[in-house]
Design a protein around this ligand. Structure first.
Ligand code: GRG
Length: 298
């Protein structure tokens, strides 16, 4: 059965819970930073997919503690910084994000640049506070910090964005495009799953399975995003639709067509779930989120 026909197990409920838990912490951080531009960037209505994955992976590995919300918030803060910077004129130069004007449009480019940079150390702080709250050892916090910040850096998100910007004047083949998005979009999604496992004290085999799951759904997320860029409206997406075409970007839709890209997203989501099954991880939340990622409409 294609994953897009599989019954959704309350992904909406999982996302709502992740939003509650994460947004409480983001509001706290915004209060501490005490400047309108931080509040604007942090209190913006994203889907909270990465926090939902952190929490679901934590529970899948046997964790149950409210402190996981801090880990989820740390990932969302890195994601928020990346969106603020991605929208800047020197990157994708966009006016609309999460249904609102981008941070540099409401404030100015200098302010949005500073907000983005400052959110990186803030994410590190929030992660360290969460590890304390969860009673994790310094070694475990070290592993989690390595996971989050390696995924955020040149071997992950920054590296993928770098390749993406360099490729703007060229057409990438499937291998090149996959390399871009395993970093740009996939690395933080993969890290979300690993972080949940590490926070719960998962075994190395479980962490490995969560990493493979995250790797597959991370790429599936981008394939689905490319489809939405051509099939969705700006209203539905909360960001400018058709941006890939306008920027002449290489996309999975360009290489595979809409139907082929949908099939590829499905294949990746099924493969992700198989990694969990093989490792005996009996979560219903993670498959539900995989399903949501490839069937979402925004
Ligand atoms: C210095 C080269 C360099 C890079 C800086 C800007 C940046 C780091 C990286 C860009 C990363 C990026 C924006 C990737 C796109 C990921 C993506 C598909 C975002 C949309 O995620 P959703 O749909 O958004 O989860 P919401 O708004 O729901 O949170």
């Amino acid at each position: 059965m294609p994953i897009s026909d599989a019954p959704a197990v309350n992904a909406g409920v999982l996302l709502d819970e992740a939003r509650d838990v994460t947004d409480r912490r983001l509001a706290e951080v915004a209060r501490r930073l005490d400047a309108p531009a931080f509040t604007y960037a942090l209190q913006s209505p994203g889907k909270r997919v990465r926090p939902a994955l952190v929490i679901a992976a934590f529970r899948a590995a046997g964790g149950e503690h409210p402190g996981i919300g801090g880990v989820a918030a740390a990932v969302e803060i890195v994601h928020t910084y990346s969106l603020v910077h991605d929208d800047l004129p020197c990157m994708d130069d966009d006016d609309l994000r999460r249904g609102r004007p981008t941070t540099h449009r409401v404030f100015d480019v200098g302010t949005a640049t500073r907000v983005g940079y400052q959110l990186v150390p803030v994410a590190a702080q929030v992660l360290a506070e969460a590890a304390n709250d969860l009673g994790l050892s310094p070694e475990r916090l070290g592993a989690m910090a390595m996971t989050l910040f390696t995924a955020s850096g040149i071997e992950g998100m920054v590296g993928g964005q770098w390749l993406d910007l360099e490729a703007e004047q060229r057409t990438l083949d499937l291998e090149g495009l996959t390399a871009v998005h395993r970093g740009k979009t996939g690395a933080l999604i993969r890290a979300s799953c690993v972080l949940g496992g590490l926070a719960a004290g998962a075994s190395p085999a479980q962490v490995e399975a969560l990493e493979h799951f995250g790797s597959d759904i991370g790429l599936a997320f981008q394939v689905a995003d490319d489809v939405l860029d051509v099939t969705g409206t700006s209203d539905q997406l909360g960001k400018t639709a058709g941006r890939d075409e306008a920027l002449q970007k290489s996309t999975f839709v360009r290489l595979l067509g809409v139907g082929g890209a949908r099939q590829e997203a499905d294949r990746l989501a099924r493969s992700a779930i198989q990694h969990l099954e093989r490792a005996g991880i009996t979560s219903t939340a993670l498959p539900a989120l995989a399903h949501y990622i490839v069937t979402r409409s925004s």
